[in-house]
Design a protein around this ligand. Structure first.
Ligand code: PEP
Length: 250
């Protein structure tokens, strides 16, 4: 059985004190969760959230990081800073980073390798735009993002990588991919990992689904063979709904 991961991406929401309050509310709700639970506050909220979840089962992640370790990069945040704070995971290549800030597969790949080199687990986000899906290119887009995003990552390091399939048209729109449609892409990505690495690597790798996941659809999505968790935006901003998501199997 794969090591499922239910994760909240808080995006640019919550001040540090609001983030700490939300984290404290979540702690008791997810303490008996059967699977891994992660939250990703914005950079400035990370210290307050780490403090709020100390001693709990919650993993704290960042939503992004720079593609170099240090230097004259005004406004950027380094992997070394995240590591020093105790951040364990980092979301990379989120569609908002790709499509609003123009991050390329090559930049994302540099970040993936830097995170791995520093012992931080990257959550590599992939997913197609609506026009790409309508043109029948969903799999091809995901294959390219996988292949380029993972270039130079060894099979041993792949053990510390999580993939998040997030169809861009389903993010923040209330439109969820059907469980069958999502599972088909997850299965295709697993096949691609088998080609790039091995059948064993493909079987092991955790592939989360993201795109309007909520307490009402989580069970059906998580029932699919190839879906190993959720990367959740909107529904992770309220303790109650995130608590339900983290305990979807109860
Ligand atoms: C996300 O931001 O990764 C996401 C999936 O958002 P939402 O759940 O709001 O669609």
């Amino acid at each position: 059985m794969r090591n499922y991961l239910i994760a909240g991406n808080w995006k640019m929401n919550k001040t540090p004190s609001e983030a700490a309050a939300l984290a404290k509310e979540i702690v008791p709700m997810v303490k008996d969760a059967d699977y891994r639970v992660m939250v990703a506050p914005s950079f400035v909220c990370i210290p307050a959230v780490i403090d709020a979840v100390k001693g709990s089962n919650i993993i704290v992640a960042a939503q992004n990081m720079a593609n170099t370790e240090a230097g004259a990069f005004t406004g950027e945040t380094s992997v070394l800073m995240l590591k020093d704070l105790g951040v364990e995971m980092v979301i990379l290549g989120h569609s908002e980073r790709r499509h609003i800030y123009g991050e390329t597969n090559e930049i994302i790949n540099e970040k993936v390798k830097l995170a791995l080199a520093n012992g931080i687990t990257p959550v590599l986000c992939i997913g197609e735009l609506l026009e790409e899906r309508e043109a029948g290119k969903a799999e091809a887009v995901c294959y390219e993002q996988l292949e380029k995003g993972l270039a130079g990552v060894s099979e041993a390091d792949l053990d510390n990588v999580v993939i998040a399939y997030e169809p861009v048209w389903a993010i923040g729109t209330g439109k969820t991919a059907t469980p069958d449609d999502a599972d088909a892409i997850h299965a295709a990505c697993r096949k691609k990992i088998a080609e790039l690495y091995s059948d064993a690597a493909a079987e092991k790798i955790v592939i989360q689904y993201g795109g309007s996941m909520n307490p009402g659809n989580v069970k059906n999505l998580m029932a699919m063979e190839n879906i190993d968790g959720g990367l959740i935006g909107g529904a992770s901003l309220k303790a109650d709904s995130f608590g339900e998501l983290a305990n979807f199997n109860k």
